[in-house]
Ligand binder design. Sequence first.
Ligand code: HEM
Length: 204
Amino acid sequence: MLHKLHRTSAIIIGLFILLHLINHSMIILGAQNHIEFMDAIRVIYRNAIVESLLILCILFQVSSGVVLVWKRRGQRTGFIEKSQVWSGLYLAFFLINHLAAVFFGRLILELDSNIYFAIAGFYVLPFSLFFIPYYFLAVVAIFVHLASAFNWLLRNKIKNPIRKNIVFLIMFIGIGFALILIFAFLGFFSDINIPAEYLKVYQF
Ligand code: HEM
């Protein structure tokens, strides 16, 4: 039952993440493109109904995930099964922090929680030493978690070694995509000028 609910809630969160990562890919074309795309899709996820559902699903996903890890502790063997646990635990840590930061930015700092808000820390030392691996690992963890779920769900449908090769391919695509995003956030593909009000958050 818990497994089934965990999977259903993952599909809802997954739809948002897909849209969110497509949005982040826009940074390759420049920050203005990212902001315009986010403005357009906020109509979908930043309304009371969808946002409340998303937050409820995230809270459920994180707590059910921790319970599932605890229930089968010590029984998981092999790289893929262990990757599922570690990527899931990282996503739990990331999601709680990320949501708290977004709402802190919006409600307490009264800033527009756009891409400048998310990546300002990339441009201020020593915060960049935290934020660069923090976002890189989040994107990698999504792909690793997806790949391990694929491995489990299709265990009786696709034979090894084909299944394992697909799993590793998904993981490598995730690492490549995460690297491209990080370089794009650092301004390698287009100029990024973080407005002063976002940099001020890190200058005290
Ligand atoms: C690639 C690095 C990422 C960056 C730069 C980033 C940035 C942001 C920004 C700027 C927002 C605020 C959106 C808005 O105000 O409309 C946001 C919200 C959010 N992000 Fe991310 N994000 C990243 C990765 C992720 C990942 C991997 C996940 C999921 C595991 C995620 C989950 C969320 C959620 C659930 C929200 C809250 C949506 C809302 O209710 O406004 N993000 N993110």
